[in-house]
Ligand binder design. Structure first.
Ligand code: NAP
Length: 276
């Protein structure tokens, strides 16, 4: 058991609702493993501005930001990293002398998860979905020089993102015709507890590598079918771990203990299915 004393530093996640958040478990495991005297808590709030001011005032050093505040939060920030500004969403805050600086580690986390397997520069990537996570990943891939196609249920949203990314938009019925290297499934369909739902027909996906960014369950039905068809698959847990590792580095200046964080996450995912 760690000792909490007058030197203990404070970190946390801000959002609403936060009943499903797995961030406290993995960040506390990381602090414990590295011997950093810090604690990471869940701050479930409907009062975003007051919570940000209050937490900055009491010396909270860093925050993760989750649904529904990733975009709205930008209005309250004086300082924002250029990539997060371009994406239009922030998932990480660092307290610098009482002011919050915003970053987006969803983008870098997704990229690191893919680049464990292959270089992405010059490759063709198809993003399924056009929401907040698709945007973050799309900008990271664009910066790396990927050719991008967006496939989305609603055409206006898909076309808008495609235009911003200098990418092409394709409707769902063209999915089977796309000749692509990497597919990224970014919709929430298939997430626990609706684990049998599938957003797109995996039979129409022809790609060497497929990533589903959902991390609960560990392997979605979509990802399982793609794996059985011969694709190399990346579970969303890799992206989740890397985005958290990037946060840890921004907050502490240290490399994150990935193995410890992964162990804590996998244990939580196993227990989660048993307890809900
Ligand atoms: P979002 O902004 O609400 O976007 C949702 C997207 O999914 C939209 O493009 C929407 O299409 C599409 N969609 C929703 N229901 C659909 C359905 N039944 N069939 C087809 N398309 C559907 O959500 P988000 O913030 O991007 O988050 C998406 C997922 O990513 C969540 O499950 C979240 O937990 C996960 N995530 C994971 C990580 C990680 O670290 N692994 C990080 C961030 C987010 P329309 O435009 O047609 O509505």
């Amino acid at each position: 058991m760690r000792v909490i004393d007058n030197h203990t530093r404070l970190y946390g996640v801000i959002g609403h609702p936060l009943i499903h958040t797995m961030s406290p478990t993995i960040h506390n495991a990381a602090f414990e493993a590295t011997g950093i005297n810090a604690v990471y808590l869940a701050f479930d709030t409907l009062l975003l501005e007051k919570a940000l001011d209050g937490l900055a005032a009491i010396g909270c050093l860093g925050l993760s930001v989750t649904i529904p505040y990733k975009e709205e939060l930008i209005d309250y920030l004086k300082f924002i990293d250029p990539m997060a500004k371009e994406i239009g969403a922030v998932n990480t805050l660092v307290n610098k002398s009482g002011s919050w600086i915003g970053y987006n580690t969803d983008a870098t986390g997704a990229l690191r998860a893919i680049e464990e397997l292959c270089e992405v520069a010059g490759r063709h990537c198809t993003i399924l979905g056009a929401g907040g996570a698709a945007r973050a990943i799309g900008f990271a891939l664009k910066e790396k020089g990927c050719h991008i196609s967006i496939v989305n249920r609603s055409r206006p949203r898909g076309e808008k993102l495609a235009q911003e990314l200098d990418a092409e938009y394709l409707p769902l019925d063209k999915l089977a015709m796309i000749n692509t290297d990497i597919v990224l499934q970014t919709t929430p369909v298939g997430m626990y507890p609706k684990v049998n739902d599938v957003p797109f027909d995996p039979g129409k996906v022809r790609a060497e590598i497929v990533m589903d960014i959902i991390y609960n369950p560990f392997e979605t039905g979509f990802l399982k079918q793609c794996r059985e068809q011969g694709a190399t698959t990346i579970p969303g847990a890799r992206m989740f771990l890397y985005q958290a590792a990037e946060q840890f580095k921004l907050w502490t200046g240290m490399e994150a203990p990935m193995e410890v964080m992964e162990k804590a996450l996998l244990q939580l995912l196993r227990n989660d299915h048993l307890t809900r």
